[in-house]
Design a protein around this ligand. Structure first.
Ligand code: ATP
Ligand code: LTN
Length: 336
């Protein structure tokens, strides 16, 4: 390609649910990567509040969680001037396209989703239709913006595969309508494990609050959680088989400081797990300290938040309406 012709930047879309606290796993596995991608791609991000009501939410804390998530993302470095960042329920095209895509998604496909199986076990008293059709809404989120790339954690890969299948099916019937998106799974921090049961991923819905670290946890709480982290009896700080707890702590240390696992092993040679856990805790505290400070500024500046999410929603509506209109025309709807 001649040097004068600039390659058009690819489009990235991603979203995160505002259900409860944002954990270190969410930050290292998702958020931090989004921040890094902002310069190289045309990024569009959202707080997926429509998805969040697939499990019951208490209205007061739900509203606060949505705003907290928004402010926290800005604090982590999402810049809405560069990357539109909106609240999903503010952009009505998402629910509309989700309904349409539901009619191009098979019952059998949705039944195979492992997240649906897991969550219907966890919330056995509320296995609602929204929980089942969650992936069609996620497909709508992505396809509305003709996204090329979707950064997600490993756990969302199956939903992305389904999105691709739905898009291909629709394109097969009506001709080229949707871009087929690719997953982007960053290796660093791809899966942070629970501090209490390192065979399980760190998850904000884990009832044992010692198993996760929230980005907004106070320093003494973070230190306490790391000191209580489950390890093994070998007392050697080195990646190894059967050492899930230590492997996870080394992974966190490495993701936070940029040091390799080998460098960490050398640094802590001859030292006990107590020293190492303290060091990991301190490194995490230092990583989140500036984020917490910025979060406090943003959350106390409601006008700024409102201005940003309005502007981003306006932009997202305009862009997504183009895709929705195209879809409706192809299906044969009478355009108003
Ligand atoms: P829940 O407990 O409600 O399932 P969660 O903490 O697992 O929530 P999600 O809202 O499902 O988080 O995920 C938000 C994003 O964070 C996704 O891209 C997901 O892949 C990523 N993510 C979640 N947990 C981890 C983890 N432990 N390690 C790395 N990435 C994670
Ligand atoms: N299902 C995702 C959140 C999500 C999302 C999306 C991610 C909703 N819509 C579109 C990527 C693209 C989750 O629970 N992590």
């Amino acid at each position: 390609m001649p040097e004068t012709v600039q390659e058009k930047k690819k489009v990235i879309f991603s979203a995160i649910q505002p259900s409860g606290t944002i954990t270190l796993g969410n930050y290292l596995g998702a958020l931090r990567n989004w921040v890094k991608l902002q310069d190289d791609y045309n990024c569009i991000f959202a707080v997926a509040d429509l998805h969040a009501i697939t499990v019951r939410q208490d209205p007061k804390s739900f509203r606060q969680n949505i705003l907290n998530a928004y402010a926290l993302f800005l604090a982590c470095g999402i810049d809405p001037e560069k990357s539109p960042f909106f609240i999903q329920s503010h952009v009505h095209t998402h629910a509309e396209l989700a309904w349409i895509l539901n009619c191009y998604t098979q019952f059998g496909e949705l039944s195979r989703m492992t997240q649906f199986k897991d969550k219907s076990q966890k919330h056995a008293d509320n296995v609602n239709a929204g929980l089942f059709t969650y992936p069609s809404l996620m497909a709508a989120d992505i396809l509305l913006y003709q996204a090329d790339v979707v950064p997600v954690g490993v756990d969302q890969k199956q939903h992305l595969e389904l999105t691709r299948n739905i898009a291909e099916r629709f394109n097969g019937i009506y001709g080229n309508t949707f871009k087929i998106p690719e997953p982007y799974i960053s290796q660093v921090g791809a899966k942070i494990m629970s501090l209490q049961d390192p065979a399980k991923k760190m998850s904000k819905s884990d009832e044992n609050s010692n198993s996760w670290v929230a980005i907004l946890d106070k320093p003494d709480v973070i230190m306490k959680k790391f000191k209580r982290a489950v390890t093994d009896s070998e007392a050697v700080v080195k990646v190894g088989e059967g050492k899930d707890g230590i492997n996870n702590l080394i992974g966190i240390m490495s993701a936070v400081t940029g040091k390799t696992a080998d460098e960490i092993a050398i640094e802590f040679e001859g030292k006990g797990y107590g020293d190492f856990k303290t060091a990991v805790g301190e490194a995490v505290v230092e990583e989140v300290r500036p984020i917490q400070e910025r979060f406090n500024d943003y959350i106390n500046n409601k006008d700024y938040l409102v201005e940003q999410y309005h502007k981003s929603a306006e932009f997202a509506l305009k862009l997504s309406q183009r895709t929705l209109s195209k879809v409706m025309k192809k299906i044969g709807y009478v355009i108003p």
